[in-house]
Ligand binder design. Structure first.
Ligand SMILES: Cc1ncc(COP(=O)(O)O)c(C=O)c1O
Length: 390
């Protein structure tokens, strides 16, 4: 009889399930818990965007679109990137509309990596980066960041992890989970580091609109950066459109054309309804985004103050919608802290280790939840910390 072979590829077997998922399963069994674990806006998509989606369906626009995306949306994205990021792209050759920022990251990695190419990935970071790099046949070279450097990756640390087979640097500012941003000087240093080694930069800037202290600086915003950066953006966060599954990638034409090929074989095109609705998101929602940003900012300040008051020292997050306090004063590991806080106080936070080994000693608290729930969660958390000894 023929020997049976493993039915699941080894590289998939070796992937660890996301630490966030495991935690959500615990939370689901506890519906009365307050969740600070979520990574999506509590706001509903602005009405005018939903209306545009409904209108698209009413008109019977239920077919495939061109692989790259519909022309008017590509035009709007190009104008938006020019206006908000200070970078201009040709909508016909330098943009592709993807199924969320998630697909843009996956396709970018699959497009540029040769087998065994290294990808420098500063961590703690969004949970999909390392698995996507591995699934694309690459080697994830994880580079730790620390609170001492405001969770901004240091060029010396990148240089230490770099080897001859390294092809790309995958960065994300503002950061999930830390809320760190990268000011212009730091970004220019990263771009120079990549350029000196002829590396590409995949820059996930999905939280760019949610920056609270100073302007967002794109990795593509300098001529050197632009020619080697795949800029990833999306509608999930600032426009509260997670369920619509829409994002985009922008970059030099040779890379984007190749990404369109991979994208077309993987998903054909992004959802038609979402694409038509997103035109309205870019044309008419500046005010709604401002309002959501103001609200997040208020919650950010409240959460930051409360965490520091209760003895969990917290680096000031300058973007996204997460605080990343240190829990080391409690003597508990990240996992122990999160599990006990959930069991004893019914408050869910995510252990920092879900985002990489250097997340140990921290937990991620999302402020994409209402102010009264944040206040209550902070009260319960303060009680817990004083009990375990903060
Ligand atoms: C840093 C970062 N990038 C990308 C994504 C994926 O977003 P989406 O695929 O919904 O656009 C997320 C979602 O949490 C994220 O935090």
């Amino acid at each position: 009889m023929a020997k049976t072979r493993p039915r699941v590829a080894r590289r998939v077997q070796t992937l660890r399930p996301s630490g966030i998922r495991r935690f959500f399963e615990l939370v689901e069994r506890m519906p009365e818990a307050i969740s600070l674990g979520i990574g999506e806006p509590d706001f509903i998509t602005p009405w005018r965007v939903r209306e545009a989606g409904i209108y698209s369906l009413e008109r019977g626009h239920t077919h495939y679109t061109p692989n790259r995306g519909i022309g008017p949306l590509l035009q709007e994205i190009a104008q938006y990137l020019d206006r908000r990021f200070g970078v201009s792209y040709d909508p016909d050759t330098e943009l592709v509309v993807t199924v969320g920022g998630s697909e843009a990251i996956d396709v970018a990695l699959r497009t540029v990596l040769e087998p065994n190419d290294g990808v420098l990935i500063p961590q703690p970071c969004f949970v999909s980066y390392v698995p996507c790099a591995v699934l694309a046949g690459g080697r994830a070279l994880q580079v730790s960041t620390s609170v001492e450097h405001d969770f901004q990756v240091q060029v010396d640390d990148l240089a230490e992890a770099y080897d001859e087979g390294t092809r790309a640097l995958l960065i994300s500012y503002p950061s999930n989970p830390t809320g760190a941003v990268m000011p212009r000087a730091g970004m220019e240093a990263l771009v120079e580091f990549a350029a000196d080694r002829d590396m590409l930069i995949i820059s996930d800037e999905i939280y760019a609109e949610l920056t609270y202290d100073g302007a967002h600086c794109s990795a593509a915003a300098t001529p050197v950066g632009r020619q080697r950066t795949i800029l990833v953006g999306g509608f999930s966060k600032a426009w509260a459109m997670t369920g619509w599954r829409l994002g985009f990638a922008a970059g030099p034409a040779d890379i984007i054309e190749a990404m369109v090929k991979v994208h077309s074989y993987a998903v054909m095109c992004s959802p038609t309804t979402a694409q038509e609705a997103a035109i309205e998101a870019l044309r008419g929602c500046d005010e709604e985004i401002d309002q959501m940003r103001r609200e997040y900012n208020q919650r950010r300040r409240v959460m930051l103050n409360r965490l520091n008051e209760m003895g969990l020292s917290c680096f000031e997050p300058k973007g996204a919608f997460y605080a990343f306090p240190s829990v080391s004063a409690t003597g508990l590991t990240s996992e122990q802290f999160a599990e006990r806080l959930l069991e004893e106080e019914k408050v869910a936070v995510v252990p920092g280790t879900a985002f990489g080994p250097s997340g140990e000693g921290f937990v991620r608290c999302s402020y994409a939840t209402s102010m009264p729930l944040i206040e209550e969660a902070m009260l319960r958390m303060a009680g817990f910390v004083s009990r375990v000894g903060g």
